[in-house]
Design a protein around this ligand. Structure first.
Ligand SMILES: [Cu+2]
Length: 397
């Protein structure tokens, strides 16, 4: 009898803890924290999951169908758009935020997909690439309902590694009011200033930038695009022991570099920079697939990841009930997007925000502190001199 009581007591405790976890998930969360991270994933069910109403999910399905029916569109690096193209893109994003015909507004309805348990099945594993590809198509289709001529641009953040000054967000032209507004704390300038999310939190980026934050490494881009020994999908998706050699691991760096909402899984799409960053990841993946085709390697969906069951090929995609994980690899999705190549020397995409450094054959981004003449930390010429010194040292000493 005693044993039975103990078992009943134990089961009650276990059920209680599961229930309280689920209730917790539905609570609103603070502006600088998330209730849900991928560490919690193994504690919740593997069933299909989405907190968004079925009618809004049906709207996502309409957008997806439109994206496929629409024909190819060209995605370009945001610094290579001309002024009118950039303004049209920004206006379309703002129009989604102001459109309340879908609750709470079209922008936040899409941002809310990337939240709660959905983040378990779309990160740290194979499904990362395909699910985010669908997500981008849906966001872009919503933009194109506002302006048919708009395509989602991408932010080739690796270029910002080459800023004349320290590669910190404060110095990047991306974080000026011409593009996305300031990078330090509450977004007070630019087209998205003082945006509020569903929890009434104001859009924010990292207030205290930490110098140890790094952008994606140009080496990973080179590995994914050119290293012929890296040609299986499982080599480029998540590896929990190594953040540096996988596309997902490296993509986390840019999230943290921008900081604030971008560094919080649940909150990241509330900052429009999310979609520009993910479009760059998608572009890099496209390059990888092109390399596979050249090498006659079959694109395979191999379930790998921290919560591998959620990455199973036939599992239904969370919030995209009409798709299975493996559908993210369907070539018809990629066929609808043409990526203009990331800016390269000598013309650097004819961007007025980039210039070619002929010595190193790289495009150097405009650096807003250079114009202001402050905080000059590592001018590029000094870097050149250092490289020459070390070359001299190795050759002659
Ligand atoms: Cu994500």
């Amino acid at each position: 009898m005693k044993v039975l009581l103990i078992i009943v007591l134990f089961l009650t405790l276990v059920t209680d803890s599961v229930l309280s976890l689920d209730e917790e998930l539905l609570d609103p969360f603070g502006c600088n924290e998330t209730l849900f991270d991928t560490k919690t994933c193994h504690r919740v069910s593997y069933d299909y999951y989405c907190t968004i109403s079925r009618s809004t999910q049906d709207w996502f399905r309409e957008l997806y169908n439109e994206a496929l029916a629409d024909g190819p569109r060209t995605r370009k690096e945001i610094r290579t758009l001309d002024d009118a193209e950039r303004q049209a893109y920004i206006d379309a994003v703002v129009a989604l935020k102001n459109d309340k015909s879908v609750w709470p507004n079209k922008y936040d309805a899409i941002a809310m997909i990337h939240t709660n348990r959905t983040i378990c099945s779309v990160h740290k594993g194979t499904n990362f690439l395909g699910w985010h590809r669908v997500y981008l198509l849906i966001f872009e289709a919503a933009l194109r309902q506002k302006n048919k001529n708009v395509a989602l641009p991408y932010w080739a953040s690796v270029i910002d590694n080459y800023m004349d000054n320290h590669p910190i967000p404060n110095n990047s032209v991306i974080f000026t009011d011409v593009f996305l507004g300031n990078s330090d704390g509450i977004v007070r300038t630019g087209p998205f200033k003082y945006w509020k999310d569903l929890e009434n939190c104001t859009l924010q980026r990292s207030p205290n930038f930490n110098n140890s934050m790094r952008l994606m490494s140009p080496n990973i881009i080179d590995t994914i695009q050119n290293n012929l020994s890296v040609h299986h999908m499982k080599q480029i998706v998540y590896d929990e022991n190594d953040d540096w050699t996988t596309l997902e691991g490296q993509h986390n760096h840019a999230h943290d570099w921008v900081g604030g909402m971008m560094s919080i899984l649940d909150d990241s799409p509330r900052d429009p920079v999310f979609f520009l960053h993910h479009a760059f990841i998608d572009y890099t993946w496209t390059k990888f697939i092109r390399k596979q085709q050249k090498l006659f390697v079959e694109e395979e969906y191999e379930s790998v990841g921290q919560d591998v069951k959620r990455h199973y090929p036939n599992r239904t995609m969370d919030c995209f009930y009409w798709l299975r994980n493996v559908d993210g690899l369907d070539p018809k999705l990629a066929a609808n997007v043409i990526y203009e190549d990331s800016p390269e020397c000598p013309d650097c995409g004819h961007s007025k925000y980039l210039k070619c450094d002929a010595t190193f054959n790289i495009c150097i981004p405009d650096d807003k502190t250079e114009t202001a003449g402050t905080n000059r930390v590592y001018p590029l010429w000094q870097l050149h001199v250092c490289l020459l010194c070390s070359l001299f040292y190795h050759l002659f000493l």
